[in-house]
Design a protein around this ligand. Structure first.
Ligand code: LAC
Ligand code: ZN
Length: 286
Protein backbone atom coordinates (compact mmCIF):
# COMPACT_ATOMS: atom_id res chain seq x y z
CA UNK A 1 0.00 0.00 0.00
CA UNK A 2 2.82 2.42 -0.79
CA UNK A 3 5.83 3.72 1.10
CA UNK A 4 5.80 6.30 3.84
CA UNK A 5 2.39 6.56 5.48
CA UNK A 6 0.84 9.94 4.78
CA UNK A 7 -2.05 11.53 6.56
CA UNK A 8 -4.67 10.00 4.31
CA UNK A 9 -8.44 9.51 4.24
CA UNK A 10 -8.62 8.89 0.50
CA UNK A 11 -10.95 5.93 -0.03
CA UNK A 12 -11.67 3.21 2.53
CA UNK A 13 -9.39 2.59 5.51
CA UNK A 14 -7.96 -0.66 4.17
CA UNK A 15 -5.03 -0.71 6.58
CA UNK A 16 -7.33 -1.13 9.57
CA UNK A 17 -9.48 -3.62 7.69
CA UNK A 18 -6.44 -5.78 6.91
CA UNK A 19 -4.71 -5.36 10.27
CA UNK A 20 -7.91 -6.54 11.96
CA UNK A 21 -8.55 -9.44 9.60
CA UNK A 22 -6.63 -12.17 11.48
CA UNK A 23 -4.91 -13.15 8.26
CA UNK A 24 -8.20 -13.90 6.48
CA UNK A 25 -8.06 -11.08 3.90
CA UNK A 26 -4.40 -10.77 2.97
CA UNK A 27 -0.78 -11.06 3.97
CA UNK A 28 1.54 -8.14 4.69
CA UNK A 29 4.88 -8.55 2.95
CA UNK A 30 6.35 -5.24 4.11
CA UNK A 31 5.44 -3.09 7.09
CA UNK A 32 6.80 0.39 7.85
CA UNK A 33 6.33 1.40 11.47
CA UNK A 34 6.50 4.80 13.06
CA UNK A 35 8.36 4.67 16.39
CA UNK A 36 7.44 6.81 19.38
CA UNK A 37 10.18 8.04 21.71
CA UNK A 38 10.34 6.27 25.07
CA UNK A 39 8.88 8.36 27.90
CA UNK A 40 11.51 10.14 30.02
CA UNK A 41 10.05 8.77 33.25
CA UNK A 42 7.49 6.18 34.41
CA UNK A 43 5.93 5.00 37.65
CA UNK A 44 3.79 1.99 38.60
CA UNK A 45 1.26 2.05 41.43
CA UNK A 46 -0.08 -1.18 42.91
CA UNK A 47 -3.28 -0.47 44.82
CA UNK A 48 -5.11 -3.05 46.96
CA UNK A 49 -8.85 -2.77 47.76
CA UNK A 50 -11.17 -4.69 50.06
CA UNK A 51 -13.40 -5.75 47.16
CA UNK A 52 -13.64 -5.80 43.37
CA UNK A 53 -16.55 -3.36 43.32
CA UNK A 54 -14.60 -0.81 45.38
CA UNK A 55 -11.66 -1.08 42.99
CA UNK A 56 -13.64 -0.73 39.78
CA UNK A 57 -15.82 2.04 41.16
CA UNK A 58 -12.77 4.02 42.34
CA UNK A 59 -10.67 4.24 39.20
CA UNK A 60 -12.95 6.18 36.79
CA UNK A 61 -13.60 8.73 39.55
CA UNK A 62 -9.92 9.10 40.48
CA UNK A 63 -8.83 9.44 36.85
CA UNK A 64 -11.46 12.11 36.23
CA UNK A 65 -10.60 14.02 39.45
CA UNK A 66 -6.85 13.83 38.86
CA UNK A 67 -7.08 14.89 35.21
CA UNK A 68 -4.25 12.44 34.47
CA UNK A 69 -4.45 9.73 31.84
CA UNK A 70 -2.47 6.62 32.88
CA UNK A 71 -0.86 4.44 30.22
CA UNK A 72 -2.24 1.30 31.93
CA UNK A 73 -5.10 0.61 34.30
CA UNK A 74 -5.00 -3.08 35.15
CA UNK A 75 -7.32 -5.05 37.43
CA UNK A 76 -6.95 -8.30 39.38
CA UNK A 77 -9.76 -9.88 41.40
CA UNK A 78 -9.38 -11.74 44.73
CA UNK A 79 -8.90 -15.17 43.16
CA UNK A 80 -6.27 -13.78 40.78
CA UNK A 81 -4.37 -12.10 43.63
CA UNK A 82 -4.41 -15.23 45.82
CA UNK A 83 -3.39 -17.51 42.96
CA UNK A 84 -0.60 -15.36 41.59
CA UNK A 85 1.11 -14.81 44.95
CA UNK A 86 0.98 -18.56 45.61
CA UNK A 87 2.56 -19.07 42.18
CA UNK A 88 5.25 -16.47 42.93
CA UNK A 89 5.85 -18.15 46.33
CA UNK A 90 5.30 -14.80 48.02
CA UNK A 91 2.86 -13.49 50.58
CA UNK A 92 0.43 -10.87 49.21
CA UNK A 93 1.36 -7.39 50.48
CA UNK A 94 -1.64 -7.60 52.90
CA UNK A 95 -3.95 -10.41 54.00
CA UNK A 96 -7.26 -8.62 53.29
CA UNK A 97 -7.03 -7.92 49.53
CA UNK A 98 -10.32 -8.32 47.65
CA UNK A 99 -8.94 -6.87 44.40
CA UNK A 100 -5.99 -4.86 43.12
CA UNK A 101 -5.45 -2.17 40.56
CA UNK A 102 -2.18 -1.48 38.83
CA UNK A 103 -1.74 2.00 37.37
CA UNK A 104 1.18 2.94 35.13
CA UNK A 105 2.03 6.57 34.46
CA UNK A 106 4.55 8.16 32.17
CA UNK A 107 5.70 11.68 31.40
CA UNK A 108 8.40 14.05 30.31
CA UNK A 109 10.29 14.32 33.63
CA UNK A 110 10.89 12.43 36.87
CA UNK A 111 9.52 15.29 39.00
CA UNK A 112 6.35 15.48 37.00
CA UNK A 113 5.64 11.74 37.10
CA UNK A 114 6.40 11.60 40.85
CA UNK A 115 4.02 14.51 41.44
CA UNK A 116 1.30 12.77 39.44
CA UNK A 117 1.77 9.46 41.19
CA UNK A 118 1.57 11.24 44.57
CA UNK A 119 -1.66 12.94 43.51
CA UNK A 120 -3.24 9.77 42.12
CA UNK A 121 -2.14 7.78 45.17
CA UNK A 122 -3.80 10.24 47.54
CA UNK A 123 -7.02 10.25 45.53
CA UNK A 124 -7.13 6.43 45.60
CA UNK A 125 -6.64 6.43 49.38
CA UNK A 126 -9.55 8.86 49.69
CA UNK A 127 -11.60 6.55 47.44
CA UNK A 128 -11.29 3.45 49.59
CA UNK A 129 -7.91 1.97 48.64
CA UNK A 130 -6.34 -0.04 51.49
CA UNK A 131 -2.85 1.18 50.59
CA UNK A 132 -0.77 2.39 47.65
CA UNK A 133 2.61 0.84 46.71
CA UNK A 134 4.75 2.81 44.29
CA UNK A 135 7.51 1.60 42.00
CA UNK A 136 9.57 4.29 40.28
CA UNK A 137 12.83 2.56 39.46
CA UNK A 138 13.25 -0.31 36.98
CA UNK A 139 13.55 -2.83 39.83
CA UNK A 140 10.57 -1.59 41.86
CA UNK A 141 8.42 -1.17 38.75
CA UNK A 142 9.11 -4.79 37.81
CA UNK A 143 8.14 -5.79 41.34
CA UNK A 144 4.81 -3.94 41.00
CA UNK A 145 4.10 -5.57 37.61
CA UNK A 146 5.05 -9.08 38.79
CA UNK A 147 1.58 -10.16 39.99
CA UNK A 148 -0.09 -8.93 36.82
CA UNK A 149 2.36 -10.34 34.26
CA UNK A 150 2.44 -13.78 35.90
CA UNK A 151 -1.32 -14.28 36.10
CA UNK A 152 -1.95 -16.33 32.97
CA UNK A 153 0.99 -18.61 33.87
CA UNK A 154 -0.21 -18.93 37.48
CA UNK A 155 -3.64 -20.22 36.43
CA UNK A 156 -2.10 -22.77 34.08
CA UNK A 157 -0.52 -24.37 37.14
CA UNK A 158 -3.91 -24.48 38.93
CA UNK A 159 -5.41 -26.31 35.96
CA UNK A 160 -4.25 -26.17 32.34
CA UNK A 161 -7.81 -26.92 31.17
CA UNK A 162 -9.35 -23.50 30.73
CA UNK A 163 -10.80 -21.11 28.20
CA UNK A 164 -8.81 -17.87 28.14
CA UNK A 165 -11.39 -15.16 27.46
CA UNK A 166 -11.09 -11.59 26.30
CA UNK A 167 -14.45 -9.93 26.91
CA UNK A 168 -15.07 -6.18 26.86
CA UNK A 169 -17.76 -4.13 28.60
CA UNK A 170 -18.14 -0.38 29.13
CA UNK A 171 -16.09 0.40 32.25
CA UNK A 172 -19.19 1.59 34.15
CA UNK A 173 -20.65 -1.94 33.80
CA UNK A 174 -17.62 -3.78 35.26
CA UNK A 175 -19.17 -4.04 38.76
CA UNK A 176 -22.25 -5.77 37.28
CA UNK A 177 -20.03 -8.01 35.19
CA UNK A 178 -18.10 -9.11 38.28
CA UNK A 179 -21.36 -10.06 40.05
CA UNK A 180 -22.45 -12.06 37.01
CA UNK A 181 -19.09 -13.87 36.86
CA UNK A 182 -19.46 -14.89 40.50
CA UNK A 183 -22.94 -16.23 39.74
CA UNK A 184 -21.68 -18.20 36.71
CA UNK A 185 -18.77 -19.67 38.66
CA UNK A 186 -21.21 -20.98 41.28
CA UNK A 187 -23.79 -22.20 38.78
CA UNK A 188 -21.29 -24.21 36.71
CA UNK A 189 -18.95 -25.15 39.57
CA UNK A 190 -15.88 -23.67 37.88
CA UNK A 191 -13.31 -20.98 38.69
CA UNK A 192 -13.57 -17.67 36.83
CA UNK A 193 -10.59 -15.50 37.73
CA UNK A 194 -11.02 -12.02 36.33
CA UNK A 195 -8.07 -9.82 35.49
CA UNK A 196 -7.05 -7.52 32.69
CA UNK A 197 -7.15 -4.12 31.17
CA UNK A 198 -9.83 -2.46 33.30
CA UNK A 199 -9.16 0.96 31.81
CA UNK A 200 -10.48 -0.37 28.48
CA UNK A 201 -13.17 -2.56 30.07
CA UNK A 202 -11.25 -5.49 28.52
CA UNK A 203 -11.09 -8.34 31.02
CA UNK A 204 -9.62 -11.82 30.77
CA UNK A 205 -12.46 -13.45 32.71
CA UNK A 206 -11.30 -16.99 32.19
CA UNK A 207 -13.33 -20.11 32.97
CA UNK A 208 -10.92 -22.62 34.55
CA UNK A 209 -11.82 -26.25 35.22
CA UNK A 210 -11.65 -27.20 38.90
CA UNK A 211 -8.83 -29.77 39.16
CA UNK A 212 -11.18 -32.55 40.38
CA UNK A 213 -13.93 -32.03 37.77
CA UNK A 214 -13.82 -34.81 35.11
CA UNK A 215 -12.71 -33.58 31.69
CA UNK A 216 -15.91 -34.92 30.07
CA UNK A 217 -18.08 -32.77 32.35
CA UNK A 218 -15.99 -29.70 31.50
CA UNK A 219 -16.18 -30.33 27.74
CA UNK A 220 -19.92 -30.81 27.96
CA UNK A 221 -20.59 -27.60 29.87
CA UNK A 222 -18.04 -25.20 28.34
CA UNK A 223 -20.20 -24.23 25.31
CA UNK A 224 -23.09 -23.44 27.68
CA UNK A 225 -20.77 -21.40 29.93
CA UNK A 226 -19.43 -19.37 26.98
CA UNK A 227 -22.89 -18.85 25.49
CA UNK A 228 -24.13 -17.52 28.82
CA UNK A 229 -20.99 -15.42 29.40
CA UNK A 230 -21.14 -13.81 25.96
CA UNK A 231 -24.87 -13.17 26.36
CA UNK A 232 -24.17 -11.30 29.61
CA UNK A 233 -21.41 -9.28 27.97
CA UNK A 234 -23.69 -8.32 25.09
CA UNK A 235 -26.50 -7.33 27.47
CA UNK A 236 -24.03 -5.08 29.32
CA UNK A 237 -23.21 -3.27 26.05
CA UNK A 238 -19.97 -5.12 25.35
CA UNK A 239 -18.53 -7.75 23.05
CA UNK A 240 -16.61 -11.02 23.03
CA UNK A 241 -13.04 -10.05 22.15
CA UNK A 242 -11.07 -6.90 22.81
CA UNK A 243 -7.58 -7.94 21.73
CA UNK A 244 -7.20 -11.69 21.13
CA UNK A 245 -9.59 -11.98 18.19
CA UNK A 246 -12.17 -14.54 17.05
CA UNK A 247 -10.13 -17.23 15.28
CA UNK A 248 -11.95 -20.56 15.26
CA UNK A 249 -12.50 -20.59 19.01
CA UNK A 250 -15.16 -17.85 19.07
CA UNK A 251 -16.45 -18.08 15.48
CA UNK A 252 -19.60 -20.02 16.38
CA UNK A 253 -20.55 -17.39 18.95
CA UNK A 254 -20.49 -14.36 16.64
CA UNK A 255 -24.30 -14.30 16.22
CA UNK A 256 -24.62 -13.58 19.96
CA UNK A 257 -23.08 -10.15 19.48
CA UNK A 258 -23.47 -9.39 15.77
CA UNK A 259 -26.53 -9.04 13.54
CA UNK A 260 -27.02 -11.43 10.58
CA UNK A 261 -26.76 -8.40 8.26
CA UNK A 262 -23.34 -7.41 9.60
CA UNK A 263 -22.10 -11.00 9.47
CA UNK A 264 -23.27 -11.40 5.89
CA UNK A 265 -21.67 -8.09 4.86
CA UNK A 266 -18.33 -9.22 6.28
CA UNK A 267 -18.59 -12.62 4.62
CA UNK A 268 -18.97 -10.80 1.31
CA UNK A 269 -15.84 -8.73 2.07
CA UNK A 270 -13.98 -11.97 2.72
CA UNK A 271 -15.15 -13.36 -0.62
CA UNK A 272 -13.93 -10.27 -2.50
CA UNK A 273 -10.41 -10.47 -1.06
CA UNK A 274 -10.15 -14.23 -1.03
CA UNK A 275 -12.55 -15.85 -3.54
CA UNK A 276 -10.78 -19.22 -3.24
CA UNK A 277 -10.88 -19.20 0.58
CA UNK A 278 -7.18 -19.91 0.96
CA UNK A 279 -6.31 -17.21 3.51
CA UNK A 280 -6.56 -18.64 7.04
CA UNK A 281 -9.71 -20.59 6.11
CA UNK A 282 -12.21 -21.40 8.85
CA UNK A 283 -11.36 -18.34 10.95
CA UNK A 284 -13.84 -15.64 12.09
CA UNK A 285 -16.49 -16.30 9.40
CA UNK A 286 -16.24 -20.00 8.49
C1 LAC B 1 -2.86 -10.52 29.14
C2 LAC B 1 -3.00 -11.35 27.89
C3 LAC B 1 -3.65 -12.66 28.20
O1 LAC B 1 -3.33 -9.40 29.15
O2 LAC B 1 -3.73 -10.66 26.91
O3 LAC B 1 -2.28 -11.02 30.11
ZN1 ZN C 1 -4.55 -8.82 27.65
Amino acid sequence: MGGKRLKDVTGYDLIHLLVGSEGTLGIFTKITLRLLPRPAATAVLLIPFGSASEAVEAFPKVIADAGILPTSIEFMDRLSVETVYTFLKEKPPRPDIGAMLLIELDGSSRERVDEESQKIGELFLQSGALDVYVGNTPTTERKMWAPRVNLAEAFKTVCPVQSLEDIVVPTARIPELIRELERLAGKYDILIPCYGHAGDGNLHATPVKKPDTPLEDWKEKLPRILTELYGIVFRLGGTISGEHGIGSKRAAYMPIVMSPELISLQKRIKLLFDPLNILNPGKIFP
